[in-house]
Design a protein around this ligand. Structure first.
Ligand SMILES: [Zn+2]
Length: 415
């Protein structure tokens, strides 16, 4: 790609200025209408580049196809990124700033000079000295998560359409709304998409390739106490709020929780509590990389709660578990070539591959269990969901190159 003038930076600078923040408290699909502004723009640009079936739907998804240009029977590969930005930090009036040939100095953001991006806090900046980087202006997030993924995919399309000599199978483009509020796959039309395998572009440092996420359940404990007029409650009243307090107090203090675990350790985490003296509901999330361990954690939680309940024979407890998502590795292990082909593409770009399990879920973990195995490729995004968010232009260009390599690896390996 030596003589190619990348479009990824110019696209990124434009896309981040469109406010696409999603809303966790909304019941509509998409959660915010404004996400469609970017979706419509992208569908229009894809049509302009020459993808004739590019379209966006009522939910804010964008679908498009790059037709195959080979006689080989290549599996259909999809590249996916999300258009929305996180609710944690404002995404309105984003003013991206491009620092050409970054000098290595601390960056004081102009619209709020108390916001400083320093190499001390973010040592990865040092790898970008002499290269271009992009930040926000101090009042908003940047939106690299995941508009970098969007821009990378758009530039890949542009490259493939203008370089017909690159052989590839059918490639599907998918942009999703509402990833940040956990609903990115809620209204996805997998039939329309019609892909065999997918890759999300939603990862961090150049070289990261993620194929493992948490497995996740939600657990709910409901405690029914016994209510009585407090003036005449002696030996009658059983207060559910106090029982809930005792249950929470019995949770282990030095392990079993997000604040005391890292790497491959799982946890149980109370996230919500509501109720009155008569009845209390406590909601937990349960996480582990090994799906079978979820059951063990849930059993332990139930036993701890039951133990408390033995002191209150008139109180009644219900314990319910709901599946949330599963470690994508369980699916990807059945299709090892999906990750292997990506590794080959990284190698051709001289990238050192780092593979760390994600202590969370992604659209990829949900897609993997919807029969669309889907590891996650880097975009370069850093310090996401914050005013300090930044990205190196070089990393985005590297990701475009990886995708161009990747479609060729799939073609070469097909018959
Ligand atoms: Zn993301």
């Amino acid at each position: 790609m030596k003589d190619y003038s990348f479009t990824v930076c110019e696209r990124f600078m434009r896309y981040v200025q469109i406010d696409t923040q999603s809303d966790p408290h909304s019941d509509s699909h998409p959660s915010t209408e404004k996400q469609k502004n970017l979706s419509k723009l992208l569908a229009g640009e894809l049509l302009e580049i020459g993808l004739h079936d590019a379209q966006t739907d009522e939910y804010g998804y964008v679908y498009a196809t790059i037709p195959s240009n080979t006689n080989k029977n290549v599996p259909v590969i999809c590249f996916c990124a999300h258009v929305d930005t996180a609710p944690d930090c404002s995404g309105a009036n984003v003013k991206p700033i491009l620092y050409k040939h970054y000098s290595g100095e601390d960056i004081i953001l102009p619209d709020d000079t108390s916001q400083i991006i320093s190499t001390k806090d973010y040592p990865y900046l040092k790898k970008h000295i002499g290269y271009d980087i992009i930040t926000a202006s101090g009042l908003t997030l940047l939106g690299a998560d995941d508009k970098s993924g969007v821009a990378i995919i758009m530039d890949m399309v542009n490259y493939l359409i203008t370089h017909a000599e690159i052989k590839h199978g059918t490639i599907k483009i998918l942009f999703t709304p509402d990833e940040e509020v956990g609903k990115g796959t809620a209204n996805i039309d997998l039939k329309k998409l019609n892909a065999d395998f997918a890759y999300t572009l939603d990862g961090g440092e150049a070289g990261t390739l993620e194929d493992e996420t948490f497995s996740a359940d939600a657990a709910t404990i409901t405690i029914n106490g016994v209510i009585a007029h407090p003036g005449y409650a002696k030996n009658k009243l059983v207060n559910a709020i106090k029982i809930a307090g005792e249950i929470l107090d019995t949770l282990p203090k030095i392990f079993f929780s997000p604040e005391t675990t890292e790497k491959r350790e799982g946890f149980v985490h109370p996230v919500h509590i509501e109720g009155i003296a008569e009845k209390v509901k406590i909601e937990f999330i349960v996480r582990d990389f090994i799906t079978d361990n979820l059951k063990k954690h849930e059993k332990k939680l139930k036993e701890l709660a039951k133990e408390v309940l033995t002191r209150y024979p008139k109180a009644v407890m219900q314990f319910e578990v709901q599946e949330q998502y599963r470690n994508m590795k369980e699916v990807l292990n059945k299709y090892p070539h999906v990750v292997a082909n990506a590794e080959e593409a990284y190698k051709r770009s001289y990238l050192k591959i780092t593979n760390e399990p994600i202590r969370g879920g992604t659209d990829g973990s949900r897609l993997s269990f919807m029969k669309l195995p889907c590891p996650n490729i880097f975009t370069g995004m850093q310090t996401i969901h914050s005013k300090h968010e930044w990205i190196g232009v070089n990393d985005m260009q590297k990701a475009v190159e990886v995708l161009i390599n990747l479609v060729q690896v799939w073609e070469e390996k097909a018959e």
